[in-house]
Design a protein around this ligand. Structure first.
Ligand code: SAH
Length: 258
């Protein structure tokens, strides 16, 4: 018996990272997968210009969800990919950033493997890399930041997950917090309590790589107040660590003040 019972009719799926928003940050492989798709299931974070690469006959299905507004349950998305692949379609599951960085790509992969659907994965530029590049923050830096930690600020129950805050604080590395817009106060307090100085530079980058990008510079101790005042409404990534002081905008304001 074939390991891929659906392969006879050539149905397959590709989990594609669409990057942080700017279509120029798509990979060539992502563009090729989109061009070859019979159906595309895309998230809320996908720039419509990216869908313009699809063939005219391609089915475009918005399965997008932003915090609190669930357009389609994850289980329904999984079932739909399997169903479409089962009818011989090449299904592209287009996801913001990288499919395997807080993207639930692993769950989709599990379902597709269990259903015997051949699957490929195309990596994408994750939000932390895009935010860092646009502000010119080297996420790692010789001597200053020898490790990089991707953490989520939002557990399955909506609360801040029980990270090992002491280990994070002691690492001296850079912390990139995804989905922490609502929980930033708790995240910052946990890190400070674990020993990370409140003076540690921190920045929140909203809509990284998009025309409406905004950066809110602060310290670990002040970031929650800054975000309370600014109320960013787009996807926001937080970067914490000494390297944040190297950001272009901070350097420029230092020059102006001198
Ligand atoms: N797979 C995605 C992350 C999905 S989780 C990736 O690799 O980037 C969603 C979180 O990602 C958002 O809450 C936000 O913290 C971050 N994010 C995604 N796109 C972003 C963007 N353009 N600007 C800032 N943060 C972004």
């Amino acid at each position: 018996m074939s390991a891929f019972p659906l392969n006879d009719n050539a149905g397959r799926a590709t989990l594609v990272g669409a990057g942080p928003g700017d279509p120029e940050l798509l990979t060539l492989r992502a563009v090729k997968a989109i061009q070859g798709a019979d159906a595309i299931l895309y998230d809320a974070l996908i720039d419509p210009a990216i869908l313009d690469y699809a063939r005219p006959g391609c089915r475009r299905i918005d399965v997008g969800k932003r915090c609190g507004r669930h357009a389609m349950q994850q289980s329904a998305i999984n079932a739909l990919i399997v169903k479409l692949a089962g009818t011989g379609k090449h299904v592209v599951r287009l996801k913001g950033g990288d499919p395997f960085v807080f993207g639930r790509g692993g769950e989709e992969l599990d379902t597709l493997r269990a259903a015997g659907v051949p699957v490929e994965v195309v990596p994408g530029v994750t939000a932390a890399c895009a935010a860092a590049a646009s502000l010119q923050i080297p996420l790692t830096h010789r001597e200053t930041a020898r490790s990089l930690h991707f953490v989520t600020g939002h557990g399955a129950d909506g609360e801040v997950p029980a990270h090992d805050w002491r280990a994070l604080a002691a690492s001296g590395g850079t912390i990139a917090a995804y989905m922490a817009g609502k929980t930033v106060r708790k995240v910052a307090a946990s890190l400070i309590e674990a020993g990370l100085p409140a003076s540690t530079p921190a920045v929140a980058v909203e809509n990284a790589s998009r025309p409406q990008q905004a950066a809110y510079h602060a310290t670990l101790g002040t970031l929650a107040d800054v975000l309370d005042a600014e109320q960013p409404s787009g996807p926001t990534l937080i970067v914490i660590g000494k390297v944040v002081a190297l950001a272009r905008i901070v350097e420029e304001s230092k020059r102006l003040a001198a």
